[in-house]
Design a protein around this ligand. Sequence first.
Ligand SMILES: Cc1cc2nc3c(=O)[nH]c(=O)nc-3n(C[C@H](O)[C@H](O)[C@H](O)COP(=O)(O)O)c2cc1C
Length: 345
Amino acid sequence: MAEPVPDSASTQWPDSGAEVSLQPVARLVYASISQVDGPVLQEMRRIRDQALPRNEADGLKVALLHIRGWFVEWIEGPEQAIEALLSRVDRDHRHHSLRVLHRSVGQPRLFRPWIGAIVQSDESMVDVARRVLDLQHRHEADRLPEPASVWLSLCSPPAEAMRSPIGAFPRIMLLSAAGSTAFDLTSWVARETGQPLIRRRFAGAADDAPDVESDYVDLPDIGPAGVRLIANARKGLAMGMTHAFLPDYAAVLVLLGEDDSRNQRLLARLLSACRQVHHVPLIIGAGHGMAIGADLQSLVEKQGYPWQAVDLGSARAGLSATWQAVAPALAMLGREDTAATRPAG
Ligand SMILES: Cc1cc2nc3c(=O)[nH]c(=O)nc-3n(C[C@H](O)[C@H](O)[C@H](O)COP(=O)(O)O)c2cc1C
């Protein structure tokens, strides 16, 4: 049996300075209906143990997701190896009705050889089926350019009130240096604005992977195209899944705490992850006077990342005051005159 590859917070950090390659690769996403009887997590681990040695030998990297009775697999690597894997997987009785939703050549995103995740959502299998059919149709008509957009459209489609599709509005990662303020603020904003809060739990499909939660809310009235605010757990920063989606974030809003060394550690981990995937988001640091001092600014800017400080005034600013202070910065994202992202040089 292959050595399990961890996809977890216990992973050595950073990954020996490795970076995702800039060489274009073939990319494919398919969806299929799961036939797994019994615990999905165990079957995902069996699939991983079968897949890892074969995929590594063939130069393939994959992310396999299970959501509401559906498998979604995102594969990157040499085109011939992808096609060989596809025909092997298509014969597997653990699923059926496999549909290719995306084929392209472009920048690789998958950093680890294997990412496995089970998304718990309260939707029905039919809701997901509707989106699979829609994406299949789009694949045949005007296809989405990135596998990440296909994956997100399937698993985390925009709220009805959003005026634009995935990829057209900025995504903002929310992290807190201490406690669960990122999650508290996201829930508070959802309640205040009347927008649905979507809770996603990712059961890590490696033996030592923890469950990680990531909640989000779509805010159609912020900025020209609306924004999505996504609360991430700090331990989630070490996960392959977070790496794969980092390049889709226009900005990372860090809610700083009173402990300066914790703030510095979190920012160092964040920048290290961004560097590994060659992505340069705007880093917004929100804290009270001392926390947003020159030290953090120079830590971030020295590494070539744009920094914006938001002063929360009082050390004990509540959620309402925090939101009042950060919302204007978020509203600027996505405006043409504020290029929030640029390729890493
Ligand atoms: C949803 C799903 C995803 C899979 N992903 C892979 C994979 O990425 N790589 C792989 O080698 N096998 C994967 N498998 C297992 C293959 O279908 C197949 O059982 C395995 O490669 C052994 O093939 P063989 O018996 O022809 O040697 C997957 C199976 C399922 C059900």
